[in-house]
Ligand binder design. Structure first.
Ligand SMILES: [Zn+2]
Length: 396
């Protein structure tokens, strides 16, 4: 239901408020194509609501396993997808506002799944989330839900983290499709962030020892980094494996509040002491007086403090939302064009999105209302300069 690409939506949605007619898209202008996508997105939501209602009804009559079986059998989806669909459907049957938003197309499918998942994990204020779901992008809403769950929990999110810890899982298997070996694992958010930091540091280390004319792709480098970390455990840990944890300082009560990972994932305050005990963890505390964030032309690369401040502000890549571990600092006015290494002239982007800026004509724009930076595609098709080889941006 989430990633299914409900391309057969025409006609079937006719019973609801959302109606989609076939259109010859080659005749549409750019604005028309965007409007078309919006229309299809609403239809996607409406269809998801109907599918959830049907699955929820089967689950109510015959149980969740029967509903999963029916989903697998009739929708021809994987068992894993069927389990996810039924779990969301059962949760949605208790969530009136989310279900209505989904049905009338105002709440996107992915957003509804986030609300449904949160509802199964602990107490939520559904009205609050359903309202925010109508106006926030996916990444922003994902953070809203995480923050909301921590706010609603009676123990500062400690039990949520414990739930995640209990749900940890890993699997090593040979793919039936292509005979390759797959490592698949999921961790609680704090353990996961620590792993991601070490992997990202190894990626940077590998980058600096690559032949610049024959660089691997980003996913290939990540695979190499994981293999090296596991197969050569005695190799020295590369520099930069410190995890960034941020918290606000409550000047009135003289205590830390609102602790979070640099991508905005909330963590219990008590967890700061735990991660700080790790020699590779650097707790950074911000109380809105963050020292000098303007280096001008004195240095080209961002300082650790600037990087931390950027991670806080941008919460990851401004193009695709990937976590700050995988981001580097990009000069909005380029260094070559006399752009200063100042907080206000820097923005977090991942390597892929950095390539888009340098090779595909993407630009960084600031939203005048929210102050947030975003990557914007070029208004004209790029005259592609073959950015696949040669001058790749280094990791971070
Ligand atoms: Zn990106």
């Amino acid at each position: 239901m989430k990633n299914g690409g409900e391309s057969g939506s025409q006609g079937r949605a006719a019973d609801t408020a959302v109606r989609v007619d076939p259109v010859e898209v080659s005749g549409l202008c750019d604005a028309g194509l965007r409007a078309r996508l919006r229309e299809l997105g609403r239809a996607d939501s409406a269809l998801a609501a109907m599918k959830a209602a049907a699955l929820g009804e089967i689950a109510r009559r015959r149980g969740a396993s029967a509903a999963e079986h029916a989903a697998k059998d009739t929708l021809l989806i994987s068992g894993r997808a069927a389990r996810g669909d039924v779990k969301a459907a059962v949760a949605l049957s208790e969530l009136d506002m989310t279900r209505e938003g989904l049905a009338d197309g105002s709440v996107p499918v992915g957003h509804a799944r986030l609300i449904a998942r949160a509802a199964t994990e602990g107490p939520i204020d559904e009205g609050f989330l359903a309202e925010r779901a109508q106006r926030e992008g996916y990444d922003e809403f994902r953070r809203t839900v995480a923050r909301h769950q921590a706010d609603q929990s009676s123990d500062d999110g400690a039990s949520l983290l414990e739930q995640q810890h209990q749900a940890r899982s890993g699997r090593v298997f040979t793919s039936r499709d292509n005979g390759m070996v797959v490592l698949n694992a999921q961790f609680d958010s704090v353990t996961g962030a620590r792993l991601a930091t070490v992997i990202a540091a190894m990626e940077r280390h590998l980058y600096h020892h690559e032949d610049p004319t024959a660089r691997p792709s980003h996913p290939q480098r990540t695979a190499d980094a994981i293999a090296k970390l596991i197969l050569e455990p005695d190799a020295q840990r590369p520099a930069g494996t410190s995890l960034l944890v941020v918290a606000d300082y409550d000047m009135v009560n003289h205590q830390l509040t609102n602790a979070r990972l640099s991508d905005g994932t909330p963590i219990p305050i008590g967890e700061i002491a735990n991660v700080a005990a790790d020699a590779h963890v650097l707790p950074a505390i911000f109380n809105h007086a963050t020292g000098d964030l303007r280096m001008g032309r004195r240095r080209r690369t961002a300082t650790d403090l600037q990087r931390a401040a950027l991670a806080l502000r941008d919460q990851g890549c401004v193009g695709c939302g990937v976590s700050p571990d995988h981001c580097r600092s990009h000069h909005i006015i380029e260094w070559q064009d006399d752009g200063p290494t100042d907080y206000g002239n820097l923005v977090s982007v991942c390597n892929r999105c950095h390539d888009k800026i340098h090779h595909e004509g993407f630009t960084v724009e600031q939203n005048p209302d929210t102050g947030r930076y975003r990557l914007q595609p070029p208004t004209r098709p790029p005259n592609d300069t073959k950015g696949r080889t040669g001058s790749r941006a280094p990791p971070r």
